[in-house]
Design a protein around this ligand. Structure first.
Ligand SMILES: *Cc1c(COP(=O)(O)O)cnc(C)c1O
Length: 420
């Protein structure tokens, strides 16, 4: 079996598990850097790339990425603080999100952020109010909800009923958004149709569709954009073996589309901006977990791990959890015996705590160390950290073979005084 990334360094992983305990995420900064280099090389030039902190806000990961990309995409006070603490100049922040409140906007403007993605007239007017209050000017991108495109196997953000953006059919709202309000001024558009688009041809098609739709919107409103944020959708394997795909045809394909629609783009009129979270971080992460128990029920083997949905993949919706379908690899000298089909359960007292309904493990036994590859994106902060009050997983940062440090996310409870 191929052992990608850190799974190819069993001594290092065994040592980290011994010294820091499990469950432990290990983030390799060298792998973060090479993902950024690969993605940048696959994008049309000139263009910018910002890191979406949602995928992994760990300070060292953010710090490493900000050295390699052109800024940060944030959508909360915590993400903004993490980007600024990592040294991101506030003018390189893009502040996004469908529900920004006045306090958040005032705080961002006060910190020096000047670029926002606005999702509706209400959102835009709230930004204008925040500008008024703080005595600052802001530029904004109009987030458009485009008609359904072609991406297959992807999590769609637009093109169907969604809370994101303003739909093109609402022509009055789109036209109004492309006119300034107070100290808030439109400078371009923001489109982001799908995430984790696994087929490079489908991803290119998504970008073509977006560029064509934006051209039409700009023509209709007689609007000259200075910045087109085209989103992302760059895919990465999650919690299973696999390598990052490259996009060898994207740069040339998209460049010719842009030549036809926005011919000034090669001189930065408009500037083209991409966003990525998972592609930049997924492959850099490995989750170490130990087997706590092995038992059988109804003819099925259950392997109980110390990592459950409080640590990995625990994003929940409507009382239902999607199991991350994890496929761990064994670490160190535990690889003898029969391969068995097993269910991977976590330690939480709920039948929803399943990391994989069915996968194969060699000779599972208590104490065995497993490594779940490609877990650098949407790990701890996308999990049910507070559920059942276990300590958060350790997050160990390595750079090649050297351990740089270890931290733990803590869920805290604090007293709140009533507002006056
Ligand atoms: C979540 C998000 C991203 C990052 O998506 P990935 O699939 O992790 O690359 C980028 N832009 C916006 C606006 C997002 O909401």
């Amino acid at each position: 079996m191929s052992r990608p990334g850190l799974a190819g360094a069993p001594e290092l992983l065994s040592r980290i598990a011994r010294e820091y305990g499990t469950p432990a995420y290990v983030y390799d900064l060298a792998a973060v850097g090479s993902a950024a280099v690969a993605l940048t090389a696959d994008l049309p030039a000139p263009s910018g790339l910002v890191y979406s902190l949602k995928a992994n806000p760990h300070p060292d990961v953010v710090g490493r990425l900000l050295a390699d990309v052109d800024g940060a995409e944030v959508s909360s006070s915590g993400e903004l603080a993490a980007a600024l603490a990592a040294g991101c100049p506030p003018e390189e922040v893009v502040y996004t999100g469908p529900g920004k409140n006045l306090r958040q906007l005032v705080e961002a403007l006060t910190a020096g952020v000047r670029r926002f993605s606005v999702e509706s007239l209400v959102d835009r007017d709230r930004l204008a109010d925040a500008c008024e209050r703080t005595g600052t000017d802001a530029e904004y991108l109009v987030r458009l909800n485009l008609p359904r495109g072609s991406a297959r196997g992807a999590l769609r953000m637009t093109g169907r009923p969604t809370a994101f953006g303003t739909e093109l059919a609402d022509t009055e709202a789109v036209a109004a958004l492309l006119r300034a309000r107070g100290r808030a001024r439109p400078v371009g558009t923001h489109t982001f149709s799908a995430t984790n688009v696994e087929d490079p041809a489908a991803l290119l098609q998504e970008f073509h569709n977006a560029v064509a739709a934006v051209r039409l919107v700009c023509d209709t409103a007689d609007f000259t954009p200075r910045l087109l944020a085209l989103g992302g959708g760059f895919p990465a394997p999650m919690a299973r073996p696999g390598a990052l795909v490259r996009h060898p045809d994207l740069a040339a394909g998209l460049a010719s589309g842009l030549d036809a629609t926005f011919p000034g783009w090669r001189r930065g009129r408009p500037r083209i901006l991409f966003e990525s979270g998972r592609y930049l971080t997924a492959a850099a992460g490995t989750l170490l977990t130990r087997v706590l128990d092995v038992k059988s029920s109804g003819g099925r083997t259950f392997v109980v791990l110390d990592a459950g949905v409080h640590v990995l993949g625990g994003m929940t919706g409507l009382g239902r959890l999607m199991s991350p379908g994890a496929r761990p690899l064994t670490v160190g000298g535990s690889g003898d015996g029969e391969e068995t089909e097993v269910t991977l359960a976590g330690p939480l007292c709920t039948p929803l705590d399943v990391l994989s309904a069915s996968t194969r493990l060699v000779g599972p036994r208590p104490g065995q160390l497993l490594a779940v590859p490609n877990t650098g994106a949407y790990g701890p902060t996308a999990s049910l950290l507070g559920f059942l009050s276990h300590p958060g997983p350790v997050e160990v940062v390595v750079d090649g073979p050297r351990v740089r440090g270890a931290r733990r996310l803590v869920v805290n409870s604090e007293e709140v005084a009533p507002r006056v």
